[in-house]
Design a protein around this ligand. Structure first.
Ligand code: VGL
Ligand code: ZN
Length: 214
């Protein structure tokens, strides 16, 4: 596959115990992708491995526990945008926030931590969600990839309908050729799958399965 080269980065999104079955923000089937992620990360078809890590301070604004009377998965308006309130998850330094122990992270060149601003959520590895000034500050990931001469990115990980989707959209916006390795992702809400796929395809994101790249 032409995009599968030294100019292609594999970005693994939020592979952390808190998103696995049994975790506070369990994504159904999240553990089913680990084997395939291990193969992808071990493949020498990718020129660069990057990981994102959801990494929230204690009492982060996205936690329902911070909003009296609200429950996890309620949606509030925050800085004029919809904000889903989540169970407490991926608190900095806790075991559930670590990069998952079933995978070998040694070959990963950069780990982009996100969601560190106590007052702003961050789904994408490239930019925060909207802040109080209506801005979405960048993480520096796009610049890092460009300095490494990366033109193409392949995304996998969790969750398909949040952090993978937002990362894919921002990657397109940054000018990369973007592929989502669909079977190496899982959704918080699988009923959104069709829309997620259609939204991404409309932006020019390619859909692949892991076997295409191995
Ligand atoms: C995520 C909700 C909250 C994700 C992170 O990784 O998709 N979802 N924080
Ligand atoms: Zn989060």
């Amino acid at each position: 596959m032409d995009s599968h080269s030294r100019f292609t980065a594999l970005i693994t999104v939020d592979i952390q115990p808190d998103f696995m079955p049994g975790g506070p923000l369990a994504v159904t089937g999240g553990d089913e992708i680990l084997e395939s992620l291990g193969k992808l990360m071990g493949s020498d078809g990718f020129g660069l491995l990057v990981a994102t890590q959801d990494w929230h301070p204690f009492a982060h604004i996205s936690f329902a526990s911070r909003h009296p009377g609200k429950n996890p998965f309620d949606v509030i308006s925050l800085y004029g945008q919809d904000q889903v309130l989540w169970p407490d998850h991926c608190v900095q330094g806790t075991p559930g926030a670590a990069l998952h122990g079933a995978l070998d992270w040694h070959r990963v060149s950069a780990i982009i931590r996100k969601g560190m601003d106590p007052a702003v959520d961050s789904y994408s590895g490239f930019r925060n969600n909207w802040d109080s000034e209506g801005k979405r500050p960048k993480t520096g990931l796009a610049g890092y990839l460009r300095e490494r001469r990366i033109t193409d990115v392949c995304l996998c990980g969790l969750a398909r309908d949040f952090c993978v989707k937002w990362s894919a959209e921002d990657a397109v916006d940054e000018g990369f050729n973007v592929t989502v390795i669909w079977d190496a992702t899982r959704a918080v809400d699988p009923s959104s799958d069709e829309k997620v796929r259609a939204d991404l395809e409309a932006l020019g994101v390619r859909m692949a399965v892991a076997d295409d790249l191995l």
